[in-house]
Design a protein around this ligand. Structure first.
Ligand SMILES: Cc1cc2nc3c(=O)[nH]c(=O)nc-3n(C[C@H](O)[C@H](O)[C@H](O)COP(=O)(O)OP(=O)(O)OC[C@H]3O[C@@H](n4cnc5c(N)ncnc54)[C@H](O)[C@@H]3O)c2cc1C
Ligand code: FES
Length: 348
């Protein structure tokens, strides 16, 4: 084990131990430190730090997030491991309050992959021990033969069950998801690191929420909605989910969402926004508990800005980066929502 010292922008200091080869972000989060991060997989640049003493080894030199590392010594903590006897890092931000459950490693087996459409499927990981998470969090899955971990959001509400449920969107070419879709990973042993993520529903949240999901961004929202149902949130704080899809053909989870609306007894309103093609005339009859609209998810939300101004809801946004960015821009510029109020996950 090697001691890593970290100093944040305000001069606060902390330290943690890292094993050779271990990702610095994982080691620090496992020690309960509030290190900055967003994707935890090398794409966003949100875990940048500067090495002030010692050396690190890059675990993925082509990581897109490295574009933010312009000065000497700047590294991504999620893609670096210690490579010297001592290491000291300086953060460009303050330590975050570590409000979420501590992260750790589990071993699990992939099970029950099921196609919902050609591009969307669900699967589970049966863990050796439960992984306590809060609704809206994600985990990193590492599979044998695949370089680097991949992020997937838990769809299941928190429970003591050692099984986690996920939803995956097929991306081609891809390293891990296509293996899930071809069933090549059924029964396969994987490492799971988590829980991660701060786009969560917290126990003391007592405001309405507005959740905006694009495509597979619905994954973490399912966990949030289930936890909100279990906690009686919708009885106290009527909320809304806007689910963006391209076309009615290839739509998924609509039966499940209609069921959630029924169970919320009117406390949750779900709008499905189709961007490329309007819903057919049969939609209202097939899904009378859901609303349908044509347009991008954020455009559908924009049509009702007065509700945001009146209710000041907690806002969740998740999906592909362009969708998340367009939604955040609209919310900040037009709905005057403070960026600090938006809990988001960019799936990129
Ligand atoms: C917070 C968050 C939550 C997400 N939740 C979901 C979800 O619930 N469902 C879903 O379908 N998608 C989700 N995604 C997106 C998902 O993680 C990517 O689409 C997924 O990685 C695709 O994996 P792949 O193997 O198919 O594609 P690939 O193209 O093989 O991998 C894409 C990602 O893998 C990582 N990667 C690739 N090569 C390496 C390497 N050599 N070393 C290290 N890392 C590497 C990078 O992060 C890269 O962006 C989420 C993303 C984030 C950031
Ligand atoms: S958190 Fe490390 S690059 Fe996104």
């Amino acid at each position: 084990m090697i001691a890593v010292r970290v100093e944040d922008r305000a001069g606060a200091c902390a330290s943690f131990a890292a094993r050779p080869g271990e990702r610095l972000l994982h080691a620090g989060l496992s020690a309960g430190l509030g290190l900055p991060y967003e994707c935890a997989t090398g794409t966003c640049g949100g875990c940048k730090a500067t090495v002030t003493e010692g050396e690190v080894r890059s675990l993925w030199s082509a990581a897109p997030g490295r574009r933010v590392c312009r000065r000497p010594g700047e590294i991504l903590m999620c893609q670096s491991a210690v490579a010297s006897e001592t290491l000291a890092l300086k953060l460009p931000t303050a330590f975050r309050e570590a409000g979420e459950p501590a992260s750790g490693v589990r071993v699990g087996r992939i099970s029950g992959f099921r196609h919902l459409t050609r591009e969307i499927g669900t699967f589970s990981v049966e863990l050796d021990a439960p992984l306590r998470h809060v609704p809206g969090q994600f985990a990193l899955i590492s599979a044998p033969g695949v370089e680097g971990p991949r992020a997937y959001s838990m769809t299941s509400a928190p429970s003591s069950n050692p099984r986690l449920d996920f939803l995956a969107r097929l991306s081609e070419p891809g390293g891990l998801t296509p293996l899930l879709f071809s069933s090549a990973l059924d029964g396969c042993e994987v490492n799971v690191f988590g829980p991660l993520g701060r786009a969560t529903l917290r126990p003391d949240d007592d405001r309405p929420f507005l959740a905006i999901a694009g495509g597979s961004g619905i994954a973490g929202m399912l966990s949030i909605v289930e936890a909100a149902l279990a906690g009686g949130h919708f009885g106290r704080r009527p909320s809304r989910l806007v689910f963006g899809l391209r076309k009615p053909e290839g739509a998924f989870l609509l039966d499940e969402l209609a069921d959630v609306v029924r169970r919320s007894q009117g406390g949750l309103r779900v709008t499905v926004a189709f961007s490329d093609e309007p819903p057919g005339p049969g939609f209202a009859a097939d899904f009378s508990d859901l609303e349908a609209a044509q347009g991008l998810a954020h455009e559908v939300v924009r049509a009702d800005l007065s509700a945001i101004a009146a209710e000041r809801p907690i806002v969740f946004v998740a999906g592909p980066p362009p969708m998340v960015d367009a939604t955040m821009r609209m919310l900040v510029m037009e709905a005057k929502v403070s960026p600090a109020e938006i809990r988001f996950d960019r799936f990129g």
